[in-house]
Design a protein. Sequence first.
Length: 280
Amino acid sequence: MLEGGKALKVLARFYESLAHAIRHPDSVTVGEYPYPYTRATKIEPVKMISDEVDAWDRAFGITGKVIAARAGLVAVETGIPLAELDKVTYDNRIKAAKNGHIPNQDVSGSVFYGGKCTKFFPFEADSMELYVQPHAVFGKATEGKTLQTASLQLRFYVKDKDGRLAVAVPVPIKHGFPAYGQDEISPGAIVVPYEPIAASLSFNTSAGAERQNKLEIEINTGTNLRMRAGVHDVETIGKIRIPNDDGIDVFFGQLDRFLKPLGEGGKTIDDLFQTEGMVR
């Protein structure tokens, strides 16, 4: 998937938004949700095409991971857009679980998802569909005057052949949070979307031409790809050495699919990605 310097293209494009946010932290408009002082993109996840699935399988065996985890998954029917799943996860796992908001009704055959009881079905891996969602995140310090965190992330979701979302099955809730395992699902258990792997890239939040640009791998396991980039000088981005790694190739190749050309005034992370014509 990584052809024609896509990693450098993505780094250069993100740098435009990053440098603008570093110089103008007031441009990072944040809300209270899901975390205070944080701004994240809201892009609808897109079904992965066969070439993308093949690339992720070669690098991480993502299809095999879903099949291996199927005993710990169930499928739910929900009208909640995939783009809202991070919000649902936060609400369910932290607010609803911690406060014990299990409905006072018959929950047999149901799980608690998206703030309501939802019927669940055995997850069938045959003809499953993989979805991917790009995220760009900026976080500000608590006083709101400086940029403190910046990252690019890919989120992965799974649907069965009938379009039902795969969710992870927790064991009974303890101390307000579900612990995950292979135990049989409990009626009314709080569930969250299943994600087979995690892939993210953290960036510097200060910049200066005297510092050298670089990209390095922090973690690269079968389920977690985590990288860090220091992009300080726009003039020398083209000289960044990209590690020879299949995981990096597929990560940047995937992001490149969503990358939006830089337009006039389009330097915020809200203008970083586009999914027009891709959602189906």
